[in-house]
Design a protein around this ligand. Structure first.
Ligand code: FES
Length: 177
């Protein structure tokens, strides 16, 4: 008796006479591919599967319209509530975001376990670079202008870019380390 749904031609003996033999390297390659596929299936990008730590910070100083922060030494999320700024270092790139969700201005939260931003009001989700994943919002997180000045990151809170209005400016609002 073969398992339901198994073609009789494949289940006559229960042995593996027709199976492809795999060497160890091939097995490991397939196992890795299966893991990536599984992560993709649940919406987790394989490169962000490791959690990014979050911490609450204050600006070092203010330069014109811009709070300044030390260049983050490692990947992670920093939230400056006083200035309503989220600073992210992810994969050697620094981003600054408006703290408010672009849907209805609720303060966003960082979900450390899933390595993404989540809005507590209607549950929109965003990747660490602000890219919209799902939910009621209709655009990415709003980026703020950033530039590097020696060992500091200078954010201009008066220069905010919305991805649905100026995609090119939104994409360019980064600092590569
Ligand atoms: S306010 Fe954030 S999804 Fe609605």
């Amino acid at each position: 008796m073969h398992p339901p749904g198994t073609p009789a031609s494949e289940a006559t003996t229960g042995d593996c006479a027709n199976c492809t033999l795999h060497d160890r390297r091939g097995f490991l390659r397939e196992a890795a591919a299966a893991t990536v596929a599984a992560l993709g299936a649940v919406g987790v990008h394989p490169t962000i599967a490791g959690a990014l730590p979050v911490r609450w910070v204050s600006a070092l100083a203010r330069v014109g319209a811009g709070p300044t922060y030390p260049v983050p030494a490692t990947d992670g999320v920093q939230i400056d509530r006083d200035n309503q700024v989220i600073l992210v270092r992810w994969q050697n790139t620094v981003y600054a975001f408006n703290l408010s969700c672009p849907h209805q201005n609720t303060a966003l939260r960082w979900d450390e376990a899933d390595a993404r931003f989540q809005c507590p009001k209607h549950h929109s989700k965003y990747q660490p670079d602000g890219t919209f994943i799902s939910g009621r919002a209709t655009r990415n997180m709003d980026r703020l202008s950033v530039r590097r000045d020696a060992d500091t990151i200078v954010v201009d809170v008066d220069a905010m870019y919305k991805s649905n209005e100026d995609q090119a400016a939104w994409a360019a609002a980064i600092v590569r380390l």
